[in-house]
Design a protein. Sequence first.
Length: 338
Amino acid sequence: MSAHAPPRRVVVYGLGGTIAMASDGGAGVVPALSAAQLVEAVPGLAEAGIEVEVVDFRRLPSASLGFADLLELAGRIGGRLARGGVDGVVVVQGTDTLEETAYLLDLFHTASVPIVVTGAMRNPTLAGADGPANLLAAVRTAAHPASRGRGVLVVLADQIHAAGRVRKTHTTSVCAFASPDSGPLGLLTEGVPGFLWGPVDRFALDLAAVRARPSVPLVTVVLGDDGLLLRGLAGRADGLVVAGAGGGHVPRGLVSVLGDLAGRMPVVLASRVGGGPVLGATYAYPGSERDLLERGLVSAGFLDPFKARVLLWALLACGADRDAVVSAFRVAGGSARG
């Protein structure tokens, strides 16, 4: 930054989570620290030449966050960006649902200003707590001009991930977040963010179009599954995501109930594996991916089950019909090329 350039400005929204935990005086920790307290505790942030504006939005463990919280947050961020004077946004939250909340924010973020989501795997009472380093890296990434136009990013352990690719892969490791199908989008080296490859293709929706609060369950298929969790969903759910085995497979006994549900609501077929896409034309036995897609299920492509559910929920909240759902998943799932 030149001597005459104004400092970059980043707005930090605190939602709670492990990074904001403190001892409750007993055997555990609970969300207690404000966003301002988190920012003040970051070594090196005051010397980074970045002005930080702080918003204490929520103090919740991330498992208690819901769609209503995140839609409100998306609206608040959009309103702040509309007033101008912001180079980047950081959202600080718990890591349990971070991959889902980052993707939902990404779906409703159309501005070029970057949003960076971060958190911590070790709470502040533990030796080697990673929260301050992650927050500093997130602020630096949000403030960097190279982050513009990339949508919502996730930054932990000095790695930069695209919201549509990242997954939490470990319950306790400080390196818990990874992008199995692509690797990280970039890295921070000596505090400077650098990108390894260009912006990813993204699918976006208009936040103003949200009119409903649909019910979209996620059912994971398991060995010997008898379909108990699927039966009775008709008339109770607005959409469904099924996490099939392998490339998108289910026991033959589930075929008829899934075909019936697909005739009543959008049913998206994802893979429970954690990496790789849903197949399209490899297997042809009853319950195979080809069989299910021919019965009207919609392929999630490369989207994992959690992101597939977030996308389906957002589409139905915006009033999308089945054709719009199919089109959206072709783009967001990475199968629209070809």
